[in-house]
Ligand binder design. Structure first.
Ligand SMILES: NC(=O)c1ccc[n+]([C@@H]2O[C@H](COP(=O)([O-])OP(=O)(O)OC[C@H]3O[C@@H](n4cnc5c(N)ncnc54)[C@H](O)[C@@H]3O)[C@@H](O)[C@H]2O)c1
Length: 313
């Protein structure tokens, strides 16, 4: 299979919509399906909302909506697709069943990727015909703007299909991260979840609000993270001898230990602190308005980041 052109998106919620927009921006022919057939109208308005950002980031001129086809039958959606991105609700039994249906109707050499945030591919492809074509292609929200995608193989995935998936994601301007073997939560969500759990403890114990914890990231580590991750950042924290001195100085703190990691119970009190805390942070702005601000920022920062990444990579 050479350049993959025809893509099917199964499940068109937040993430499915993101893939659709990214693929359309890269001139792919997109076939979409959701068990909720009313989503087509919502999708079109999301494409319209996001196009100005996508257009700017990828220097595109025109959106060709003729390449977008929303079907009410999964069979019809899959029939011609060379690459299938599954984006249904995160749940082992739902995905295993859905992927088995996808495997039945898809062309035998099409690649099937799941957007799952942490489920094991060997398990969700266990009932799929030709499981050697099954991978995880885990993106980040908003998919239409963020370049990261984790490619995770299952025990039966073939090397050739991993290479084809990598090539496909590159053709839609993504930077694939090849994960060697499957592990729950993959890479990035493992890291994100550690931070999230710790935040829940701090809020639960009343040390800080959601806004204060967000500021602690936004104004500090977060500003650095889009250029360099934790490890290179800590290398600089060690002064002239880098990581060596960093480990000598801060290594002992690992034994204190500062973090709790086991998640606290999502009690009524904690949920209410999270919901009222984030509502206060939103200051009455809708999710769509905040998304527009975030999207504009992500376009601008990625343009700036390119300039600096060239010096590091
Ligand atoms: N939201 C995120 O930030 C994020 C980030 C990365 C990956 N993911 C992953 O992407 C996937 C989708 O998440 P989401 O946030 O878009 O969820 P969502 O709830 O917004 O959308 C899920 C969609 O799947 C549809 N669906 C459910 N069962 C279906 C079926 N059998 N056939 C067809 N459609 C079906 C639903 O109708 C819904 O529209 C999940 O696996 C999730 O873990 C989510």
């Amino acid at each position: 299979m050479q350049n993959i052109k025809k893509v099917a998106i199964i499940g068109t919620g937040v993430i499915g919509a993101g893939w659709i927009i990214r693929c359309l921006a890269h001139n792919k022919i997109v076939y979409a399906f959701d068990k909720d057939i009313k989503l087509k109208k919502k999708l079109l308005s999301e494409i319209k909302r996001t196009w100005p950002f996508v257009k700017k980031l990828f220097n595109k001129k025109k959106l060709n909506l003729k390449n977008f086809h929303f079907f009410t039958s999964i069979e019809q959606t899959l029939k011609d697709a060379d690459f299938i991105q599954e984006c249904a609700t995160e749940n082992y039994s739902l995905k295993t069943k859905l992927i088995s249906t996808i495997g039945k109707y898809a062309k035998s050499n099409s690649i099937i990727a799941s957007s799952s945030s942490g489920l094991l591919p060997t398990r969700i492809y266990s009932k799929c015909k030709n499981p050697e074509r099954g991978i995880i292609g885990h993106p980040f929200n908003p998919v239409y703007l963020l370049p990261a995608v984790e490619i995770v193989p299952g025990k039966k995935t073939s090397k050739n299909n991993l290479d084809l998936a990598k090539k496909f994601y590159k053709s839609i301007s993504m930077n694939p991260i090849m994960v060697k073997n499957e592990l729950p939560g993959y890479l990035s969500d493992r890291l994100q979840e550690a931070l999230w759990r710790e935040g829940l403890h701090i809020i639960n114990e009343g040390y800080a609000t959601t806004e204060e914890l967000d500021r602690a990231i936004e104004d500090g580590p977060g500003l650095r993270w889009s250029l360099m991750g934790t490890f290179l950042t800590f290398h600089l924290a060690g002064g002239k001898t880098g990581m060596k001195h960093m480990l000598e100085q801060f290594g002992p703190a690992l034994k204190l230990p500062w973090t709790k990691l086991k998640a606290p119970k999502l009690s009524k009190k904690l949920c209410s602190r999270l919901i009222s805390g984030t509502a206060k942070q939103a200051k009455g702005k809708s999710v769509a308005i905040i998304s527009n601000i975030r999207d504009q920022y992500l376009v601008d920062i990625q343009k700036l980041r390119k300039k600096y990444q060239k010096k590091l990579r």
